[in-house]
Design a protein around this ligand. Structure first.
Ligand code: FAD
Ligand code: SIN
Length: 544
């Protein structure tokens, strides 16, 4: 009988993994909304890959490491960069249509440029790259006879047991997960021979984020509760340029806009990035986000501008159709008016610790994509390295799962699985937390994270935030334990857990590095080797 793999999440990571694993196992993929709803679907800029004749892996590795501020894991970066182009061409074989340019000797991939990249290397589908990637992968998954997709199924918790290994020592092993059918309102246990977390990021820990509503840190929270190690959660990337208009707040204005010549300006029209970095408006995004934060604090303004009015209007409309039309819908023609922008939470560089094969510290559990901390991004992710990382590490995870299942066979069945289904207890189901109440608690926490754990931090404010988030987290856990499990309560519980992990990691880092800037330690500490912030403190699983 074929073995079963449970994949949680239908973004680039989960879908890519599923397609590969379906060649040797039966794959059940659960996703908490519709299959396309993911961060992936909203990715604009593209996928970084060494393809151009004037580019080389060494340049991409160096750019990644410079952005990562001394904390990248070298072997992980090498793996991503060297294998990246093959994964991009595989996507094309599966049907992805990326933008092309030139005609001699024939059209070639059009390669864009983004902040921190020393070469043109961003493969894109205009400014809708994620939609094209997601469309391609969902279509391939739907065609595959070995993959079953369950939409509107939200994973609640991993089911983990301590099992003896051949030498008699005990090892935490994941045997599947509990999953809520969000339409039927019931929790079921899904047994699996291997389980893959591909749940994406945690942007909704903050009040303002580029992320769609699915990004609530579920995978990190589940893995932490199950005993896996989590690292580097302090490195939250704030995207510098999101639209500041009430009609479309936090809509992303791609970094590629700066790559094509967009200029950051104060409200009086003065360009200001020259004072912050030699690459001016094309500086890496942590520097740009901090520069904007500092200019806004200095001027008291609510936004700065990103200006493309000096570019050819036809070019802007053709290269950025999505951005052009979204802004136009909100009442702004970007070809003749500058774009009001502010930073917003965008990407989580930390996550569940994994090794080069995407193995976590828990046996039979893998983590791929934004939920994982492979070490590739270090203290700051280079633009367009995220889709690339997901593609490369999903491939490794699938190969490793095949070897694992061949060597060890099926996982044992958990003891008394019904104990995981306490959530279906009628008494508990009768106790309802209203969506409005869950929303109020969520807002309280997001506001606190935005004001106290944002782009510029201090020990005093971090400690204050930790005190308040601890109280909130305890209250939320209590509420969760005694009420009907819904998507709202699952997400609230996970967000509270993740917020706490972000603050705890931030408090442990006694320096400023990459995305983490603390006014009490404004300098990077190069007096000792750079290290990851790993929680819980007892183990250092996965990071080399
Ligand atoms: P996602 O694509 O977020 O998928 C996560 C999946 O897990 C979703 O299907 C979700 O519904 C599901 N899920 C979550 N929790 C549960 C649960 N409890 N149970 C069941 N299912 C669950 N990166 C780049 O490299 N290039 C770009 O140009 C780029 N642009 C971006 C633009 C925007 C607006 C955003 C938000 C991000 C961008 N990024 C970009 C980052 C990149 O899109 C993401 O890091 C990447 O897509 C993450 O892929 P993933 O598969 O790990 O997660
Ligand atoms: C963007 O298009 O600016 C997003 C790119 C990224 O997050 O990698």
């Amino acid at each position: 009988m074929q073995q079963t793999i449970l994949v949680i999440g239908s973004g680039v990571a989960g879908l890519t993994y599923a397609l590969k694993a379906a060649e040797f196992a039966s794959v059940l993929l659960v996703t908490k909304k519709e299959d396309r709803e993911s961060n992936t679907n909203y990715a604009q800029g593209g996928i970084a890959a060494v393809i151009a004749a004037d580019d080389a892996p060494e340049f991409h590795i160096e750019d990644t490491e410079v952005a990562g501020a001394g904390l990248c894991r070298r072997d992980a970066v090498e793996q991503m960069v060297r294998e990246g182009p093959s994964r991009v061409f595989e996507l094309i074989e599966w049907g992805a249509e990326f933008s092309l340019s030139g005609s001699e000797p024939g059209p070639a991939l059009s390669l864009g440029r983004e902040g921190g990249h020393s070469r043109h290397r961003i493969v894109h589908a205009k400014d809708l790259t994620g939609r094209e990637v997601e469309r391609t992968l969902v279509a391939a998954v739907q065609r595959h006879p070995n993959i079953t997709v369950k939409e509107h199924h939200a994973a609640v918790d991993l089911v983990v047991e301590s099992l003896p290994t051949e030498d008699g020592t005990l090892r935490s092993t994941v045997l599947g997960a509990t999953v809520l059918d969000t339409r039927a309102g019931a929790v079921e246990f899904i047994a699996a021979d291997a389980t893959v977390l591909a749940t994406g990021g945690a942007g909704h820990a903050y009040l303002h984020t580029t992320n769609p509503s699915i990004a609530t840190g579920d995978g990190v929270a589940m893995a932490y509760r199950a005993g896996a190690s989590i690292a580097n959660m302090e490195f939250i990337q704030f995207h510098p340029t999101t639209l500041y208009m009430p009609e479309a707040r936090s809509f992303l204005i791609s970094e590629a806009v700066r790559g094509e010549g967009g200029i950051l300006k104060l409200q009086d029209g003065t360009p200001f990035m020259d004072a912050y970095h030699p690459m001016a408006s094309l500086a890496p995004r942590d520097i740009v986000a901090r520069a904007i934060d500092s200019e806004l604090k200095r001027s008291g303004d609510d936004f700065v501008y990103l200006d493309v009015t000096h570019l050819e209007a036809d070019f802007v409309r053709e290269r950025f159709p999505n951005i052009y039309h979204r802004c136009l819908e909100a009442g702004l023609d970007i070809t003749c008016s500058p774009i009001p922008i502010v930073p917003a939470a965008h990407y989580s560089c930390g996550g569940v610790c994994t090794d080069l094969e995407a193995r976590t510290g828990l046996h039979r559990l893998y983590a791929v994509g934004e939920v994982a901390c492979t070490g590739v991004h270090g203290a700051n992710r280079l633009a367009s390295n995220s889709l690339l990382e997901a593609l490369v590490f999903a491939d490794h995870a699938a190969h490793d799962t095949q070897a694992l299942l061949a060597a060890e066979g099926p996982a044992p069945k958990p003891k008394a699985p019904e104990r995981f289904l306490a959530a279906n207890d009628p008494a508990r189901r009768a106790a309802e937390v209203t969506p409005e109440f869950a929303h109020q608690l969520r807002l309280l926490m997001q506001t606190l994270m935005w004001s106290h754990v944002g782009i510029v931090r201090s020990d005093h404010r971090l400690k204050q935030a930790l005190r308040e988030v601890r109280i909130l987290h305890t209250a939320v856990e209590n509420l969760y334990e005694h009420s009907h499990v819904t998507l709202e309560t699952i997400e609230l519980r996970n967000l509270a857990q993740v917020a706490r992990l972000i603050i705890e990691c931030a408090l442990r880092r006694k320096e400023s590095r990459g995305l983490h800037f603390n006014t009490d330690y404004p300098e990077r500490d190069d007096s000792r080797p750079a290290s990851d912030t790993v929680l819980p403190l007892v183990s250092q699983v996965g990071l080399g």
